[in-house]
Design a protein around this ligand. Structure first.
Ligand SMILES: Cc1ncc(COP(=O)(O)O)c(C=O)c1O
Length: 349
């Protein structure tokens, strides 16, 4: 048997929704996109949502809406999806990297504080792997925060949904994300002027003036699939927790589970189950997993500071050298779960 790291959970609901859109003969941006925008924004307690073509596009448009221009500094973690670096570069900003906390993999407010200066114009705060971080402390710095819930929609901080904290929030609907629809993203905000700006910028056609614009629209076909996935969000999280319960019996005594499930104010959606072994590196664990038939992944392909050849990100280095993501997805079958459990037992012995 080979257990994949992830497999999407599509069934007759997504199939019927996609079929209905095709049957309607209207597959471009339309009523399904508007419905998705409404559902997601309501879910994260924001007044407005604007759907776009990807999470990266959502980040770029969020930065543009904050008026980020050449030379502005944007603080982002090093231990994150490289999309954040690309988004900052796309608006000619300067990405300033900060380290993560040891327990939560998320931006360390202390390191962020050290990196703030008069050129700092925004902070992008991704809640990595579904585990929310200390965003409330980041907000106290008084700098605009883009809250990135690409991996964390469904998680909560002090019982409030992630995505409700940032001045702007962004989500991704990439195929392997919590809500997977192929590609897609959205910007969520309470600020109507930001909504008008992004809605105008995302489509170039039939305008009365000539300003630079792009095509960053989502299609109704994508939105229809995303809506069906969204309806299952809580069911997906429940399934992930039921798998974790089984893993924990083995993981707790032997392996280090950095997800600090003890901290009840930060509730993960368990998008990823991140583990590290006391004596084995991530590379070793991935090799052993491959031989056994369990696909393990590094949760971040490579920290950004390593591409840049800079140092002094000790927590990020430790996480990258030691952490792996083990399969935990809603479509996991019982025999796959038990196979992973037998693997986890095996790597300890
Ligand atoms: C935290 C985070 N932000 C942004 C993105 C970018 O999303 P997309 O792949 O939809 O462009 C990702 C995707 O991998 C992500 O993990």
């Amino acid at each position: 048997m080979i257990v994949p790291h992830y497999r999407p959970s599509f069934n007759r609901h997504e199939q019927a929704a996609a079929r209905a859109v095709i049957k309607s003969q209207y597959i471009a941006q339309g009523s399904k996109v508007r419905k998705l925008e409404q559902l997601i924004s309501e879910y994260v307690n924001k007044k407005f949502g604007v759907a776009v073509s990807s999470g990266t596009t959502a980040l770029i448009l969020a930065l543009k809406a904050l008026n980020i221009i050449e030379g502005d500094e944007i603080i982002i973690p090093s231990y994150t999806c490289i999309a954040l670096w690309h988004a900052v570069k796309a608006v000619d900003g300067i990405p300033i990297l900060a380290d993560i906390e040891t327990d939560f993999y998320n931006l360390d407010p202390e390191d962020v504080k050290r990196k703030i200066n008069p050129n700092t114009k925004a902070i992008i705060f991704p809640h990595m792997f579904g585990q929310p971080g200390r965003i409330t402390e980041i907000l106290e710095f008084g700098i605009p925060v883009i809250e990135d819930i690409a991996q964390a929609i469904g998680a909560t901080v002090d019982e409030k949904p992630v995505g409700s904290f940032g001045h702007l929030s962004v989500v991704s609907f990439y195929a392997t994300k919590v809500i997977g629809a192929g590609e897609g993203g959205a910007i969520l905000t309470n600020d109507e002027s930001i909504v008008s700006y992004i809605k105008d910028f995302r489509e170039y056609d039939e305008k009365n003036d000539l300003k630079p614009r792009v095509n960053a629209k989502m299609s109704d076909l994508t939105a229809a699939v995303a809506i069906e996935q969204f309806k299952k969000l809580e069911q997906f999280t429940r399934k992930r927790y039921s798998i974790l319960k089984l893993y924990k019996q083995i993981l707790e005594p032997y392996l280090n589970i950095p997800q600090n499930l003890k901290n009840s104010s930060l509730i993960s959606n368990l998008y990823r189950c991140i583990v590290s072994h006391p004596h084995k590196s991530a590379d070793e664990l991935i090799d052993i997993g491959a031989k056994y038939g369990v696909t393990l992944r590094r949760p971040v392909f490579q920290p950004i500071h390593r591409y840049l050849g800079i140092t002094k990100f000790p927590n990020t280095d430790f996480a990258w050298e030691r952490q792996v993501s083990i399969p935990i997805f809603p479509d996991m079958k019982d025999d796959e779960i038990h196979f992973v459990i037998s693997f986890l037992k095996n790597i300890h012995s």
